[in-house]
Design a binder for this molecule. Structure first.
Ligand SMILES: N[C@@H](CCC(=O)N[C@@H](CS)C(=O)NCC(=O)O)C(=O)O
Length: 344
């Protein structure tokens, strides 16, 4: 089992091991591309995206799929936020089975790809529907491919989330945010020594402070429109006060205490395609109940109050426009709506 898997498995108790937290590379890194170079051509209806709405890495793909209007071409399976000892499962579906893949556990798609696969079973996962085989669990590449390789299936008016002229800057911004923020909160949360925790926690807040300065006079991280970089920052910010502040001890301050980042996060939350994918109930139950290594009672806190997510953000005045010359995505398909208990 990979280090990353060990840190995030059902019990979470492995996180108390002596080794520092280290996220491993995704094991299945095939790509679904326009030219099908890995044997997986982009094709409407062929693949199924398996996510947990609790997971920040999977949530990137959920948001990209909505912004790009891929809901009709790439179907969605949502797992129970609580893994059991066989990992992610489809207990939210009738008879506990994914209706399209016909499986009870995501591990069955991993096994179909590689018999006796010994590694961690992680989301997001892209599964080939006809064969039932896992294609990729490489969350870093997945959203870049949805943005650049799936263009033939994008909705009219879809934004360019990874514009060619800005890629260098987007990559540089994302690299720092990944290391110190997206993964930094995990390094803090699963630290096994005081020093390791303090270093990680300081990295988180140092980078957040720098990012806050960057966003003080610009609406989005790079350029004048939403890009992949905003998606990746958002998925950590939206979880910050609900789980990272308490459960992962990233508590030098709360998101709601930084006026710039809080307004930026609310702006994105209120943009179609972002907030409508977020299920705070799944997020809180997953983190607090699954990682019993760091929360042995598995008690889920009542707070924080989520009402603030819907308050005005006043970021329009900074200029920029979320979709550039494109348009906002349409409404969430009915069967994909986040239930009321997951919303502010
Ligand atoms: N493939 C990514 C995993 C993305 C990830 O960590 N997903 C988590 C949920 S947030 C997961 O599925 N963990 C279960 C596991 O790795 O066993 C990696 O190898 O780091």
């Amino acid at each position: 089992m990979s280090d990353a898997a060990q840190q995030t498995t059902a019990s979470g108790n492995e996180s108390l091991g002596k080794k520092p937290f280290k996220r491993s590379r995704s094991h299945f890194a095939d790509r679904v591309t326009a030219d099908g170079r890995d044997g997986w051509p982009v094709e409407a209806g062929r693949y199924r995206l398996v996510v947990s709405r609790a997971c920040p890495w999977a949530s990137r793909a959920l948001i990209s799929r909505r912004l790009l209007g891929l809901e009709g071409a790439l179907s969605l399976a949502v797992t129970d936020p609580i893994q059991d000892d066989r990992s992610w499962r489809f207990t939210l579906d009738l008879d506990g089975r994914d209706p399209v893949l016909g499986i009870r556990y995501l591990s069955e798609a991993y096994d179909a790809r590689e018999t006796g696969y010994p590694g961690g079973v992680s989301v997001p996962a892209l599964v080939d529907v006809p064969s039932g085989k896992l294609v990729t669990n490489d969350y870093q590449q997945l959203t870049l491919d949805l943005a650049t390789q799936w263009s033939a299936l994008h909705r009219p008016g879809a934004p360019d989330l990874y514009p060619e002229p800005l890629r260098e800057e987007i990559d540089a911004v994302m690299e720092g945010i990944y290391r110190d923020v997206n993964n930094g909160v995990y390094r803090a949360g699963f630290a096994s020594s005081q020093g390791e925790y303090e270093d990680a926690c300081r990295d988180v807040f140092r980078r957040l402070e720098e990012t806050s300065r960057r966003l003080a006079d610009r609406r989005y991280l790079v350029g004048d429109t939403i890009t992949e970089a905003d998606i990746r920052l958002f998925t950590t910010l939206v979880r910050f006060d609900a789980v990272y502040h308490g459960h992962f001890k990233c508590n030098l301050w709360k998101l709601t205490e930084d006026p710039v980042l809080w307004a930026y996060a609310r702006d994105l939350y209120q943009t179609p395609g972002f907030g409508d994918t977020v299920d705070f109930d799944h997020i809180k139950r997953h983190y607090y109940q699954v990682h019993t290594g760091i929360n042995p009672t598995a008690i889920v806190p009542l707070g924080p109050d989520l009402a603030g997510w819907l308050t005005p953000h006043h970021r329009h005045k900074l200029g920029g426009s979320p979709f550039g010359s494109g348009t906002a995505p349409g409404p969430v398909p009915e069967r994909e709506e986040v239930p009321p208990e997951g919303r502010p």
